[in-house]
Design a protein around this ligand. Sequence first.
Ligand code: NAG
Ligand code: NAG
Ligand code: CU
Length: 164
Amino acid sequence: MASNCSKMFFIIALVAVLVIPSSLATEFVVGDDKGWGLDFDSQGWAAGKEFRVGDKLVFKYTPGVHNVLRVNGTEFQACEAAENAVPLVTGNDVITLATPGRKWYICGVARHCATRNMKLNITVLDQVASPTSAPGPNSAATGTSASSFYAWILLMLGIVAMMY
Ligand SMILES: *[C@@H]1O[C@H](CO)[C@@H](O)[C@H](O)[C@H]1NC(C)=O
Ligand SMILES: *[C@@H]1O[C@H](CO)[C@@H](O)[C@H](O)[C@H]1NC(C)=O
Ligand SMILES: [Cu+2]
């Protein structure tokens, strides 16, 4: 028969399973308190930060004054996006870093990129493996996040099972 105690553990386990994977992702506010603005110190801001798949970049600025364009390396160097590129314009633009590799962002308003350094390039790394995830025979480098997630579920289910 389920006691109050085991019910409590079940709830704790559920919360852990739901909360822990998302807490591994980091949200980076570009420019921190200053936000995304003129004379952006790209190198300074990015220095010492580790960007990983699943993390988010938040570009904060006054709408209409700036915008955010995702560009490639060539466009970044030239400070010019493709003709059909659609800028993010809300002033609170959230970009989820979905794939590893180099990423480039510029402001497309006036000549903010070319003359006021409104450009940001980062390198996104693979998701970090959780120390609780035991590497299984089928675990690939890209599968570490999913397997640590399932390891947590198994662990929590095990705890719940022991309570009954
Ligand atoms: C970047 O995008 C442009 C189109 O705007 C394309 O012509 C160019 O080949 C791309 N460069 C790279 C390195 O992907
Ligand atoms: C950003 O671009 C500069 C110059 O192109 C390069 O030296 C730097 O390594 C890049 N940074 C990242 C994080 O890719
Ligand atoms: Cu701008």
